[in-house]
Design a protein around this ligand. Structure first.
Ligand code: SF4
Ligand code: SF4
Length: 402
């Protein structure tokens, strides 16, 4: 059975509400930002129910036309029974309340893919067929994937257990994309990883470098070389017609106007996350298990609701209020991303208004390779007289970063 492509559903106009159902995972990925994973903090149905009662009971605070109920962990499918119970309750309550989200909702999952094939998970997918979005994370070749994505107890790589579920996933979600995270020591494997994912039948590879300050001298050169090599292969072998890689985007690498181009990068503050303790956060990146050096930034809980005063600082975040002058005047600013949670964690004080710029050299390297890619591709298309046809059909990957 085919299910709808999850990625583009109501992009930007839906409210995202995240349930951190467990802080446990089978894996201990070496780049994982979740520093506080553990097996004890599992959400109870009672807590989830209180959160739902608060959210659905306050339509005035949650006015967006649509909603994405996002389930994360750890590994969310470890809690498939609870998730099933939560989703049943959400559906019956939205119906009972004649809520404006009834029939305009999705259940979204980011999973490591290990137990995707299990009966309970498959039964859940079938039961909620037209409302489910699932992304499986696979990092590329076996070697690259297993460098980072290892079982926590044995340190064995998880590639084989994930890749066996990819055909089933793609059969159900043929347009689904995967998310790849690149850190310093993964840089030499970018080309082979992206091509490997294409060879598995994944047409959309959303790939990002981490925001944390992990970069070594010379990493930007390796990155640029890899991207130029990848650009040559994508263009020479015609992958650009049917496949997308988020490293290459026509919209990045341009100056940005302070007045007209001043949005915050992400939706922190306009989203809502709830954890096992019943605390609310502006995004899961502000929960304690996501933070290295800072205290959790809690904006309320399921008993007392959202404290609007604690949420207020997020509502005035934009590019100008948090960026240094160097970024505001930057000639290649567009597409240079930040994560609000990482900004908070990396700042010297407890502020969310200090943009972390550890990816600066990496973004500039990406822009140089990106310019190479589009110049080369457009020259080829113009020589072949196919530029107009390409513009009509072009497929660009979704620039989301989290
Ligand atoms: S971090 Fe660097 S590349 Fe990004 S906007 Fe700032 S100056 Fe430009
Ligand atoms: S960029 Fe960071 S803070 Fe913003 S929504 Fe994503 S994880 Fe949350």
């Amino acid at each position: 059975m085919l299910y709808r492509n999850p990625k583009s559903w109501q992009l930007g106009i839906a409210r995202t509400i995240t349930f951190i159902v467990t802080k446990d995972c089978q894996l201990a990925c070496k780049y994982c930002y979740l520093v506080g994973k553990n097996i004890s903090e599992r959400m109870s149905f009672e807590t989830a129910k209180k959160a739902i009662d608060y959210i659905l009971g306050h339509e005035d605070k949650f006015r967006e036309e649509s909603v994405i109920f996002d389930f994360i962990g750890g590994e969310p499918f470890l809690e498939i029974d609870l998730i099933d119970q939560i989703c049943d309750y959400l559906k019956t309550e939205m119906y009972r309340l004649n809520h404006h989200w009834f029939n305009s909702y999705r259940f979204s999952f980011s999973t490591n893919g290990i137990n995707y094939h299990e009966k309970k998970v498959q039964d859940f997918i079938k039961k909620n067929a037209s409302h489910v979005s699932i992304g499986i994370t696979i990092d590329g070749t076996e070697k690259k994937h297993d460098m980072n994505r290892v079982y926590k107890l044995t340190e064995r790589g998880s590639y084989k257990d994930v890749v066996k579920n990819i055909p089933l996933w793609l059969e159900q979600f043929p347009n689904a994309g995967t998310k790849v995270t690149v850190s310093s020591h993964d840089l030499p494997y970018i080309v082979e990883s992206v091509l490997h994912l294409y060879s598995l039948g994944i047409h959309e590879v959303n790939i990002n470098v981490v925001f944390e300050d992990v970069w070594q001298d010379g990493d930007n050169t390796i990155f640029e070389q890899q991207l130029i090599k990848l650009a040559d292969i994508i263009i020479n072998q015609g992958y650009y017609k049917d496949y997308a890689c988020s490293f290459f985007s026509e919209n990045i690498g341009k100056p940005m106007d302070r007045e007209w181009d001043n949005n915050n990068w992400c939706g922190a503050g306009k989203m809502l996350s709830v954890d096992a303790a019943g605390n609310f956060y502006p995004c899961t990146r502000f929960a304690q298990y996501s933070l290295r050096d800072k205290k959790a930034l809690i904006i309320g809980n399921v008993e007392t609701g959202i404290n609007e005063n604690l949420l207020r600082p997020f509502l005035t975040l934009d590019r100008c209020t948090q960026s240094p002058e160097e970024c505001l005047d930057c000639e290649v600013a567009s597409g240079c991303a930040w994560c609000q949670g990482e900004n908070y964690d990396a700042a010297q004080t407890n502020t969310i208004y200090q943009r972390a710029t550890a990816i600066c050299k990496m973004h500039k390297a990406r822009v140089r390779a990106n310019n190479y890619y589009w110049n080369k591709l457009f020259r080829k298309l113009e020589l072949e007289g196919k530029r107009d046809e390409f513009e009509k059909n072009k497929k660009e990957s979704n620039p989301t970063i989290c």
